[in-house]
Write a protein that binds this ligand. Structure first.
Ligand SMILES: [Zn+2]
Length: 229
């Protein structure tokens, strides 16, 4: 693509990016008119806008665009050149654009994925501007962070589930051992005491009895024996 082609394409980008030509500020309209006239002196920018929008919107959606003039083959000496019939001078820029598209066989426009502005990408340019590239990177970073967070939360939930399951298992184990203990208890011969108080009273009485025996023994044996020596 040569410099002139590039200028035509970039001019069309600016022209068809206009949403509504009738509400365009006069200064902007004049600016577009001047730019068009530099490329093709007799351009009718209003007519070019209408035809260009129609042409682009058809192509952009991956469809067919009807060219508003007919193709003519012209033989000059040994070579055939392409031309167009009924091209009014006001629309000649569109016919030149069509020639470029036929020659390059590539759709040279792209809608910016960030701000939807139409632009003519250079090389592998993906967004309309540096600003949108930054925005996209930021969005990507955000997406990465949120993907990480999603993974983190998932791992955390799994961990929590595992912990809960472990607790459940521990509780079940404890319950089981309690049941086993209860079973063992039940299989023992019945306790001679009906209540805890009864058992404590018995134990206390037993302690008293043993103490008495012990005291009596001390009293009767050791101390006296030593005294006598
Ligand atoms: Zn953009």
């Amino acid at each position: 693509m040569n410099k002139e082609d590039r200028r035509i394409i970039e001019f069309f980008v600016r022209l068809v990016a206009v949403q509504d030509f009738s509400t365009l500020a006069a200064s902007q309209r004049v600016h577009l008119q001047e730019e068009a006239e530099r490329l093709s002196p007799l351009t009718d920018v209003q007519a070019l806008y209408t035809a260009g929008r129609k042409f682009f919107s058809s192509l952009e959606r991956g469809g067919k665009a009807i060219v508003p003039f007919s193709l003519v083959l012209e033989r000059m000496d040994g070579t055939i050149t392409l031309g167009w019939t009924n091209t009014s001078p006001g629309l000649s820029l569109l016919s030149r654009l069509v020639s470029i598209l036929i020659r390059t066989r590539k759709f040279p426009f792209r809608f910016c994925p960030v701000c939807t502005t139409l632009f003519a990408p250079r090389g592998r340019q993906l967004t309309c501007s540096l600003r949108c590239t930054r925005k996209k990177e930021k969005g990507k970073r955000k997406a990465e962070i949120s993907a990480y967070m999603r993974g983190y939360m998932k791992r955390r939930r799994t961990r929590e589930r595992e912990r809960a399951a472990a607790t459940q298992r521990a509780l079940a184990h404890e319950k089981k051992s309690q049941q086993a203990e209860a079973k063992r208890h039940a299989s023992l011969p019945p306790s001679p005491w009906k209540t805890d108080e009864e058992r404590k009273a018995y134990q206390e009485a037993e302690r008293q009895r043993l103490r008495k025996i012990y005291e009596k023994r001390q009293h009767t044996t050791a101390p006296q024996g030593r005294k006598e020596q």
